[in-house]
Design a protein around this ligand. Structure first.
Ligand SMILES: NC(=O)c1ccc[n+]([C@@H]2O[C@H](COP(=O)([O-])OP(=O)(O)OC[C@H]3O[C@@H](n4cnc5c(N)ncnc54)[C@H](O)[C@@H]3O)[C@@H](O)[C@H]2O)c1
Length: 127
């Protein structure tokens, strides 16, 4: 049990893109503060037994995938208290006006992810 001033013990968090990079560090920090974490990521092998973090395969750009992931989290842990909407990518490099198509692709990915009501945002609002 942590004695952190954050008082997050026992909370349930979903960290999208938590399998690597910034998301993995956030995941580790939450766990060290007593949080049960579900890592929702494209590149994970789905958990078969309860672990912390628990891994769920999810594509945050697909509403049905997000709906399933949130439902499974609630089924396993009872609620969703914290959402870290981190999934994304930085494969695009620096954008400039010469790469308009790339820019549109980037915007689509970032915006059409979990926070978009049509792409899974409603799953979270229910909990
Ligand atoms: N690293 C930086 O300098 C930087 C700067 C600004 C913003 N960001 C943002 O921070 C976030 C994390 O960056 P990072 O550097 O840790 O990236 P990363 O590439 O190391 O990790 C991203 C994670 O997201 C997962 N992911 C990608 N697409 C997904 C999808 N559709 N559904 C579910 N999971 C998916 C990947 O599998 C990976 O585990 C991203 O949103 C990125 O755009 C990063």
């Amino acid at each position: 049990m942590s004695d952190s001033w954050l008082h997050l013990e026992g909370k349930v968090a979903i960290v999208t893109g938590g399998a690597s990079g910034i998301g993995r560090h956030i995941t580790n920090e939450l766990i060290s503060n007593g949080v049960k974490v579900v890592v929702a990521d494209l590149n994970v092998k789905e958990g078969v037994k309860l672990t912390n973090p628990y891994y769920l395969k999810c594509d945050v750009t697909k509403k049905e995938s997000v709906d399933r992931m949130v439902a499974k989290t609630v089924e396993l842990f009872g609620s969703v208290d914290i959402l870290i909407n981190n999934a994304g990518g930085n494969d695009y490099g620096f954008l400039d006006l010469e790469t308009l198509d790339e820019k549109v692709g980037y915007t689509n990915f970032e915006v059409r992810s979990i926070m978009c009501p049509g792409c899974g945002g409603q799953s979270f609002l229910r909990h």
